[in-house]
Design a protein around this ligand. Structure first.
Ligand SMILES: Nc1ncnc2c1ncn2[C@@H]1O[C@H](COP(=O)(O)OP(=O)(O)OP(=O)(O)O)[C@@H](O)[C@H]1O
Ligand SMILES: [Mg+2]
Length: 364
């Protein structure tokens, strides 16, 4: 379907300290669309949330023709394929770009390319789709692209030294203004499970202030400690759901798949998800579809066993064999299954994925 806000993140609630950024960015789009903007900043600084808030702010201009793709490090072909599946344009290799260009030339449209990682693939894509009516909004930790307006994103209010999260204001310095950590801390305190002083004590006792080299951008002690605090207080089904979300390779997981993969009985699944939502440990990437922020994901990965890849493969390939119409929402799981089949070199698995892809290509 062309207009698919169902596959768009819900309107962010509780956006803090971004009034001036939103003003500037909305004006940039209003005055120069179609255009290309990139929100660039460190992991967890709030780029994706800002991109979602901005999209809703300018939604009337695009008559809600807005699409969200989590692009990661996919190559050019896969990116083109993702767009074609979503927009319902041809996936024939030789006509895929012409099909996309024709579609994007019809009406003004906002295309959010979240979590960009591969500059060469992105350059090729943006170039192939240039001079259409599409405005591209990219989020990236780094972005070495010419022809794109780069807008730096830092933690809310960090440059003015004020606290963006009043409920946990005394934790601002301890959590180094990191909005991901502050948001989880604020949710924990709001739930009444503890208070700011007790949480501060917990963080101090567990060495929040210690200097150490981190492994990479997703290795944030602030968030790992909050996950640690929550872990012992979460029901086992919620913990298993976190483990699934931390290890699954596809983008986001619907409620039912999450319950099945986490072996949560139907009666307990609802509550298990609610417990994770209450402390903002999961993100609702799209309506009723869940994911973990990369930093939470890394913290959970460190304390859990991976879900066996064969189980994930069977779940998603089986699901798509029964429900081929779900390709639009489950496509990244199919890509992950394809990778898994190739890694395992199991002929039967490769054939199943190929048959699925052929069938899907014939349908388009
Ligand atoms: N302005 C804000 N107000 C309230 N919460 C925020 C804000 N910015 C970020 N957050 C919280 O931090 C989390 C992480 O933000 P977000 O996903 O936007 O980071 P990011 O910069 O896109 O990270 P990554 O580089 O890993 O993709 C959000 O889910 C939200 O909970
Ligand atoms: Mg992001």
């Amino acid at each position: 379907m062309a207009t698919s806000l169902g596959l768009f993140p819900p309107r962010p609630r509780g956006l803090k300290g971004r009034a001036s950024e939103l003003e500037t960015l909305a004006a940039a789009i209003e005055t120069s669309a179609p255009t290309r903007l990139a929100l660039v900043g460190a992991g967890g600084s709030g780029k994706s949330m800002l991109a979602a808030a901005l999209a809703y702010r300018v939604a009337p201009r695009f008559d809600e023709r807005m699409s969200w793709f989590r692009v990661g490090a996919w190559d050019f072909r896969t990116l083109a394929e993702m767009l074609a599946v979503r927009f319902g344009t041809t996936r024939d290799r030789h006509r895929i770009i012409d099909g996309l260009r024709a579609f994007l030339s019809e009406d003004e449209r906002l295309v959010v390319l979240d979590n960009h990682e591969d500059d060469a693939a992105m350059a090729q894509l943006l170039d192939a789709l240039s001079e259409t009516k599409a405005t591209f909004l990219i989020t990236a930790r780094r972005c070495l692209l010419a022809g794109v307006l780069v807008f730096p994103v830092t933690a809310p209010l960090v440059t003015s030294g004020r606290a963006a999260f009043p409920r946990v204001a005394p934790l601002t310095r301890r959590l180094r203004w990191n909005p991901l950590a502050l948001d989880i801390a604020a949710a924990i305190v709001a739930s009444g499970a503890t208070n700011v002083n007790a949480l501060a004590r917990f963080l101090d006792e567990h060495g929040i202030g210690a200097v150490r080299v981190i492994e990479h951008e997703d290795d944030l002690p602030e968030v790992a400690l909050l996950v640690e605090w929550a872990w012992r207080r979460l029901p086992p089904e919620s913990r298993r759901m976190l483990a699934v979300l931390a290890h699954v390779e596809g983008d986001n997981v619907d409620r039912e798949s999450l319950a099945i993969l986490a072996r949560a009985p139907r009666a307990k699944a609802q509550k298990a998800i609610a417990a994770l939502e209450r402390w903002h440990l999961v993100q609702e990437a799209m309506r009723d579809r869940y994911t973990l922020h990369a930093v939470v994901r890394y913290a959970v990965q460190k304390r859990t066993e991976p879900v066996p890849p064969a189980r994930l493969f069977e779940h998603y390939v089986g699901l798509l064999e029964r429900h081929p119409e779900r390709i639009v929402s489950e496509q990244t799981h199919l890509f992950a299954a394809m990778d898994q089949a190739q890694r395992s070199s199991e002929v039967d698995a490769i054939l199943r994925v190929e048959e699925l892809l052929t069938r899907l290509a014939e349908d388009s």
